[in-house]
Design a protein around this ligand. Structure first.
Ligand code: MMA
Ligand code: CA
Ligand code: CA
Length: 263
């Protein structure tokens, strides 16, 4: 504790008072002292009172450095850092969806003159072919070939059993005649009349008795049965013939009948 704040004059006055008190208790003055050299010695004076308490000492020197303190508490979270560097390129993606249809293109240029000559030549060839075909169809009429719609019916007047007649027509690229309209039935009837022989049709119930189907599969859609037919006479009639009346009768498949094919 420093004492510099204590007023200095107060200490000074205390010293002066102490000196004055010594004087009042019989201390020899200057006049008396000059008489020391005299041979007569006086008696010793009474001891003085103790002095006042001394002034406070000076402040001590700075002490040694203290021990290291404890670790402080965790600080507040810092602000977000800047974005990182761009990563490496990823793998190729899947193909995109089909785009919308584009606009119609411009009209193309006209074909070169040489191309036109080729087309004209082809057209001329086609015209000649058509004329020859028309003539042939007329000749075929004389050879017992008749046409109904887009179907041609033909016969050479020969007769065969059902299986042979069926194979014969297939071999030449056709089928045993299967009339499905009155008109078609009539042209076959005409052949029957001309050759005076009934003809086999491409129809039978061999697969299931009583159920007549085309040789090309499927139940018949048109029929022209004679009265009382089909009767499966003696249980041995699974094929169909067209007779002189133009009507149909179920007949034994082993019989010999006119072969009429359709193309
Ligand atoms: C009769 C009749 C037909 C049968 C033939 C067999 C003449 O007609 O019964 O249904 O197919 O005989 O020859
Ligand atoms: Ca039958
Ligand atoms: Ca019959």
């Amino acid at each position: 504790m420093h004492c510099a704040m204590r007023p200095y004059f107060t200490v000074h006055m205390l010293v002066v008072n102490a000196l004055l008190m010594q004087l009042s208790h019989g201390t020899p003055d200057l006049t008396t002292r000059t008489n020391v050299c005299s041979t007569i010695q006086g008696t010793p004076g009474v001891p003085g009172n103790n002095g006042l308490h001394g002034r406070d000492g000076r402040d001590g020197r700075e002490g040694p450095k203290g021990e290291k303190g404890d670790t402080g508490s965790l600080g507040q979270r810092g602000v977000q850092g800047p974005p990182g560097k761009m990563g490496p390129e990823g793998p190729q993606g899947k193909p995109g969806l089909l785009g919308t249809k584009g606009q119609k293109g411009e009209v193309g240029r006209a074909a070169a003159p040489c191309d036109m000559s080729r087309v004209e030549a082809l057209e001329a060839g086609l015209s000649t072919l058509q004329n020859n075909f028309n003539k042939l169809e007329k000749v075929l009429q004389l050879l017992q070939v008749k046409k109904v719609g887009q179907t041609h019916y033909a016969t050479d007047g020969r007769v065969m059993n059902f299986e042979s007649a069926c194979k014969k027509c297939q071999t030449i690229g056709g089928l045993l005649a299967m009339p499905k309209t009155e008109e078609e039935n009539k042209v076959i009837h005409d052949f029957v009349s001309f050759y005076q022989n009934p003809a086999f049709l491409g129809i039978s119930d061999e697969k299931k008795e009583g159920s007549f189907e085309y040789i090309t599969k499927g139940s018949v859609t048109y029929t022209k049965w004679s009265r009382g037919e089909p009767n499966d006479h003696k249980g041995k009639e699974d094929c169909v013939e067209i007779v002189s009346s133009g009507f149909w009768n179920d007949k034994n498949c082993g019989e010999q009948r006119l072969v009429v094919c359709q193309f």
